[in-house]
Ligand binder design. Structure first.
Ligand SMILES: *Cc1c(COP(=O)(O)O)cnc(C)c1O
Length: 380
């Protein structure tokens, strides 16, 4: 099976992890800070706070803003459930915005309509790796004092003009799960230019305690205070050693992902059946996913046939407001986000990651094209 996404781990990564295993610090040692500094240098962000998952990163952003009961946070319907779950963890209410059918990203017009006097933040998701139109979103959020956040779990390495993902919103969350642009096994990070928010998130990841064990050891003290309710969201040095090593290869991998995407774009350009998503000029796409739309009535059959032919397609995502939990807890329902609901029935994620070979990709393309011509001749 050619998976839709997969990690690349080399001997250099293995050596970096082994070195940390032989060191004094397995968790919250020098590698955490080093990884945060490396991501700051890479993205141009002033502050970075590493945590143990992308979900924890989203939760930390919500905690930093002190989202709580009565607060609303606008999220796109087309995302992984973790985006909106982070609002619910804090007792807030997620409000689902519809998406633009061309990019499947949060639709600014939908955001504008959903703003109320309880709206505290908007989380834009860089779906598939394409940075959202932050300039338009900012023109809506800034005048109203609403925080603009980015779920950049797909888009590390992307940019708009010279500005990298990680600097485009007030805070940006990243995930280092194995299918994401770089991996630490499990892991995540938040970047921001706001020192106060960063300080609060550092505390939040360690039970709400004002210092960590290493700082206390260096200061020769045992005293600490817990001043807010936090969690154990610490990432360990072993994971960060892997992250530092992986980050050095990100640009090379991004180049390969971009080449793969260009081959798909061209292969499907003249297809009446297979529709690709839009890019945005001046924007560098992270290509975490390569998503196509096929006719809704054929999608499930195509999914099965592609899997049977060894092509590990997937569907990203079931619109979050359709999950039973949200329907029950927040009375969400079908019809609320028609663009996301329609797209959900048409989408397939095709294999894209640095180790998809040219032969693999030709197999994906020819299999998908032949399925289209079969369904065409049936229709005729
Ligand atoms: C992967 C992902 C997350 C969650 O990240 P984890 O590291 O798996 O917790 C959140 N949002 C989006 C859009 C994601 O793709």
């Amino acid at each position: 099976m050619i998976p839709y996404g997969r990690q690349s781990v080399g001997e250099d990564d293995v050596a970096a992890v082994a070195e940390t295993l032989r060191s004094d610090w397995l968790t919250t040692g020098p590698k955490v800070r080093e990884f945060e500094e490396a991501v700051c240098r890479y993205t141009g962000a002033a502050e970075a706070v590493a945590v143990n998952s992308g979900t924890a990163a989203l939760h930390a952003m919500m905690a930093a803003l002190e989202i709580g009961p009565g607060d609303e946070v606008i999220v796109p319907a087309m995302t992984f459930a973790a985006t909106s779950n982070s609002v619910v963890y804090q007792g807030g209410t997620p409000v689902f915005a519809d998406v633009d059918p061309r990019t499947l990203q949060i639709c600014p017009e939908s955001v504008r309509r959903l703003i109320s006097n309880r709206t505290r933040a908007v989380i834009a998701v860089d779906y598939a790796g394409l940075p959202c139109d932050y300039q338009t979103l900012r023109s809506i959020t800034d005048p109203r004092g609403i925080a603009l956040l980015s779920d950049g779990c797909h888009s590390l390495g992307g940019r708009i003009g010279a500005s990298k993902v990680g600097t485009l919103a007030d805070m940006t969350s990243f995930s280092f799960h194995p299918v994401k642009p770089i991996t630490t096994g499990e892991g995540g990070m938040v970047t921001t230019s706001n020192r106060n928010l960063a300080a609060r998130m550092r505390q939040f990841r360690n039970h709400g305690i004002s210092t960590d064990a290493r700082q206390r050891e260096e200061q020769g003290t045992w005293y600490y205070e817990m001043t807010m309710l936090g969690y154990n969201y610490r990432i360990c040095d072993i994971q960060c050693a892997l992250g530092i090593s992986q980050l050095q290869k990100l640009d090379r991998w991004l180049t390969r992902r971009t080449e793969i995407a260009a081959v798909y774009d061209q292969a499907f350009a003249d297809s009446g059946t297979i529709q690709c998503l839009s890019n945005r000029p001046g924007t560098v796409h992270g290509y975490h996913l390569y998503v196509v739309k096929v006719p809704a009535e054929q999608r499930n059959a195509m999914f099965r046939s592609l899997r049977a032919a060894g092509v590990g397609v997937n569907v990203h995502y079931i619109p979050v407001h359709l999950h039973p939990f949200y329907q029950k807890r927040f009375q969400t329902s079908r019809g609320q986000c028609p663009n996301a609901e329609r797209a959900f029935e048409q989408i397939l994620s095709l294999p894209i990651h640095p180790n998809v070979s040219e032969a693999d990709q030709q197999h994906v393309i020819s299999t998908l094209k032949s399925l289209c011509s079969i369904s065409h001749s049936r229709a005729a």
